[in-house]
Every structure is written in C-alpha cells, then in structure tokens.
Design a protein around this ligand. Structure first.
Ligand code: AMP
Ligand code: MG
Length: 522
C-alpha cells in the first residue's frame, strides 16, 4: 500500500460541530453534524474483491499487504490519522418526515487525497452507531455484493454515483428476515468500503432545519459550498440559491441517466439523495427488463409504487422541495426557491426528450420527436419488451426497410407469439414513423449506430445476474461476481466473450426473491 499508512484527514469533522457524547449508544443528537464512533471489530475479516480502478484513484498501488488492507477496510484496525465518525441526518421516507436517521451502519474513516481530489472512505456494515435505532449496524453478503457490483457498474455506464473500493467478509453471522415475513435466518456478514467526494445527503440539512438549529445548518451549507461548490464563493443568500440551483441540476442529470439505462433506485427517500447528485445507497434497486413505467423492485413499496421507474424524475422534484424547505431559513424568501423548482419541472421534460433523442440516434431536434417518443412508449408496453435488448438492436435499424423492424428487435420480445394483430400494427406504425424521422437526419447509418451504442448499454446488472453472483458467493465461489465485475466495466462494448449475458431475463427469475422482489432488508 502506498506510503502506508494512507494519510487520512477530514475537514467534515474538523470544521463542523461534533456530538459531545462519546459513548456508542443510540440517542437523539442535537447541535451536531456527526458523532465519533469506532467500527466493530469483525470476527475474521477476509477480502473478497477490490476494485483496481478505485485503488488506482486512491493511490493504492497494489495489494502486497493484503492483511493490512483487509484490516483497514473491514474496520479491524483504525488507520493512523483517521477519527471514524457517523453522520447525523434525517429524512422523508415514503413521503413522511421520519426524524433522525443518520449513518446507522456506515462509519466514515475520513478523506484521503487521490486522483480527482480528496475522497471520503466509508465502511458500510461496520457496526452500531448512535444512529442505529433498532438495528444491528451490519450488512449481509447478499446486499453488499449488490452494492459493490452496481456502484462500479453505474460509474462505467456514465451515471454519477458513489463508488466502491472493496468487498470484505466480516466473518460474523448476521440475522435477517429477508421478506419481513417471520422467517429470519443467519447470513454471512460483509463490509463494503464506499468512496465518494462526500456522503452528505439532503437529510443532513433537513435534520438541522427540523431542529431549528440554524447556526449549524448555516455552518453545514457553508461547509458544503466551500468544499464541494467552491466556485460559488462568498456564503450569502445569492450563493445559497446558486447552490440549490446546482443541486437541482445535478439531481436532474442523475435521474435522467437512470431513465436512460433503466435503473430503478427503489428507495428515493431524502436521506438517500446525495447533495452532489450521486446515486447513493444501493438497496432494493433493480433494472427494467420488460419496459414498464409502473415497475419497482422494492416489495416494501409494492402497494403504492411511489418509487416506480416512471415517477423517478417527479420524485426528485418532491425531494428538492424538501431540501428547499430545509434551506429556507437561510434564504427567507419563497419565490426564488420556487423559481428553481419550477425550472426543474420545465427542464426535466426537455432533458428527458433530449435523452430519448440520443437513445434513438437523432442528432437534431424536430417538432415531431415528442410524438415519436410517446408512441414508442406505447409500443414498448404493447407486449413485454426488454428495454436493453430493444435499444441495442435498434441501432441496426434501416430506414429503407421499416417492415424489417419487428424482426430486427425480435430478441427483445418476451412472448414473440404475441407480436401479431394489433400489437404488430402498433410496432409497424412506429417503425414507419421512425424511418420517416430518420430520413430527416444528415448523419450516416454508421455514425448513428456508433452514437446509439454509446448511450444504449449492451450489458447492465440485471437483477437475476446479481442474484446468480450472490448465490455462488454464498457458497464461497466468487467467479460469477468477478466475471460480472469485469464485463460491467465496458457496458457499451460488444465483448463477444460475454454474449451469454446479452439476453432476456430467464423465466426462472421472473418471480424469484432477489430477482424481481427485493426488500429493504440488508
Ligand atoms: P436505508 O433504507 O438503507 O437507506 O436506511 C435507512 C436508515 O436506516 C438509515 O439511517 C440507515 O443507517 C438505517 N439502517 C439501515 N439498515 C441498518 C442496520 N442494519 N443497522 C443500523 N441501521 C440501519
Ligand atoms: Mg440510506
């Protein structure tokens, strides 16, 4: 490991108020942004996998001292210079104010200098903190594999996200009731070292506003601007508004990327909204297979489907309203905050249409594009159609032969037998419309194909794939996980050796726990 020990520092703890209490007991914390806490000593830590890309960014050149690496990134040993801490935040969960939440099972080691700036390292599943409420502060292998694989996959897809350095077994057993139906079982404990410029969430601001602790709220906003929006300079009302505007833009950018690749977060509570517009907290997330705006993988949300695919952009706005409320005491004017929210509402539709143009290989904007997109959405739902396969195969579409469209994307249909009569008519009309539209484009077919294949991934972490990696990992076999990790580094490349993963979800996975049904139990 580079010049070990890694040089840890942490402006978050040196510049913001700490919880005065030092015992590691659950409590309501006030007038503070965090609590100091030591990770739990794991029974028998062992490294499963480390991300070479993250190691490089952090300046960890190799794993020659694997024991030391495992000790640090499992929480067994606190590295020199690190004063581990848990953040205090609150949040709106499923539309309701939930009060104090906080890092209940994430412990931050601090920052290290790396490529692209200082990175905060955080151990998820490293034990209890004052914010653990009625839970154990631990994470299981199942959910840790999902977080580890998906955060790196999202990065390579070009989606803003927190990253992951390592996946570790803790050697402890952890009791979980996966479906909350009275069937608890012991699972292997695991720890992911997550990495991001900052893990500050909307909820960090909300808790202070809820406590009417305006002094600490101002300190946190000033801190965030100073370290993460430093171009905004002086802390004053104008800068606070500019800050809010930028958060709204970054969040918009993030959610439009989600829509582009078919990612459904599953739990878009305000405590899971990064102030940097990063995808954060990979829990019961999932990937659209059959295109369905109504789909959510989260069984905890199955009644209302608040966080279904189709509503994600709107839910970001709802969350931004909560952030606006939290920032209001510093701005003391409703109108400029409302203007920013209105702007989001206007722009998110524009951004989505632009994103859809790129998925369809349209370089120019034409008035008829909106109809082209709406009719496509109807066609995609006429019979179950795999989103990823559809867009990827569409890049070979020939506008001179629209009648070949159905055959071209044929692999994407889950029930090919249904593609007849009205369904076939719907598709054929759409292909005709698309062909007409493409004729107005100047770009060559080659250029269009190249462009489409750079925004429509060939490989995504389908739910059943993650589950296969988990099933093998539970048996101590990490080959599937490693294969997926490697493949997902190049999601837009053809990668013929991984062709078997360019396929529809197999039928056995349709209603299987972990594949189509996920809960928050992790
Ligand atoms: P999540 O749904 O994972 O975003 O978590 C919501 C809140 O519950 C956060 O405050 C988490 O820190 C906390 N939490 C989730 N799982 C655990 C756990 N196993 N132990 C302690 N706190 C947890
Ligand atoms: Mg969370």
């Amino acid at each position: 490991m580079k010049s070990h020990p890694l040089d840890f520092f942490e402006p978050f703890t040196s510049e913001l108020p700490a919880d005065k209490e030092l015992v590691n007991e659950r409590r309501q914390v006030r007038n503070a942004c965090f609590s100091y806490v030591e990770p739990k000593t794991p029974a028998n830590p062992s490294l499963i996998h480390a991300s070479p890309e993250m190691m490089q960014l952090l300046g960890i050149s190799n794993l020659h001292d694997e024991k030391r690496f495992s000790d640090i990134f499992s929480g067994a040993v606190t590295p020199e210079g690190s004063k581990p801490y848990a953040m205090c935040y609150g949040g709106h969960q499923f539309g309701n104010w939930a009060g104090q939440l906080g890092d209940g099972r994430a412990i931050n080691l601090g920052k290290v200098e790396g490529v692209g700036g200082p990175w905060t390292l955080q151990l998820k599943g490293a034990g209890e903190t004052p914010y653990s409420r009625n839970a154990d502060g631990l994470a299981v292998l199942r959910s840790s594999v999902r977080e580890y694989l998906c955060s790196e996959a999202m990065h390579h897809l070009g989606v803003p996200t927190t990253r992951a350095l390592s996946l570790m077994l803790s050697g402890d057993s952890v009791l979980r009731d996966i479906l909350y139906n009275g069937n608890p079982a012991y699972e292997k404990g695991a720890i992911v070292c997550r990495v991001a410029p900052s893990f500050i969430r909307f909820g960090n601001f909300e808790i202070l506003a809820a406590q009417k602790d305006i002094t600490t709220l101002r300190a946190l906003v000033d801190y965030t601007i100073r370290h993460h929006f430093s171009h905004l300079v002086a802390p004053n009302k104008a800068a606070y508004l500019a800050f809010f505007k930028e958060v709204s833009l970054r969040s918009m950018e993030m959610v439009v990327h989600w829509q582009r690749v078919g990612f459904v977060h599953g739990v878009m509570n305000t405590d899971n909204m990064s102030i940097l517009g990063l995808t954060i907290d990979y829990g019961p997330y999932g990937w659209l297979e059959g295109y369905d705006p109504e789909w959510t993988p989260n069984t905890t949300d199955s009644a209302h489907k608040r966080y279904r695919y189709g509503t994600q952009p709107e839910l970001v706005l709802w969350n931004l309203v909560q952030l606006a409320n939290a920032l209001y005491p510093l701005i003391e004017a409703v109108e400029p905050l409302q203007d920013i929210l209105d702007e989001y509402r206007k722009q998110v539709g524009v951004a989505q249409l632009d994103m859809m143009r790129s998925k369809l290989g349209l370089f120019e904007a034409k008035p008829e594009d909106e109809e082209l997109v709406t009719t496509l959405e109807t066609a995609l739902q006429a019979t179950e159609t795999d989103m990823t396969l559809f867009y990827r195969t569409l890049s070979q579409f020939d506008p001179d032969s629209p009648e070949m469209g159905i055959a071209l994307v044929g692999e994407a249909f889950y029930s090919p037998g249904e593609v007849k009569g009205a369904v076939a008519d719907t598709w054929n009309s759409w292909f005709a419309l698309y062909a007409q539209r493409l004729r107005k484009e100047l770009a060559t077919k080659e250029k269009r194909t190249e462009h489409m294949n750079a925004v429509n991934p060939k490989y995504v972490l389908r739910n059943y794939m993650a589950q296969m990696a988990i099933d093998a990992a539970e048996e101590g076999d990490y080959d599937v996980m490693k294969e997926l990790f490697t493949m997902l580094k190049k999601p837009y490349d053809e990668q013929p050796s991984f062709q078997k993963w360019f396929a529809k979800r197999p039928e056995w996975a349709r209603n299987k726990v972990g594949c189509s049904m996920l809960s928050c139990s992790s």
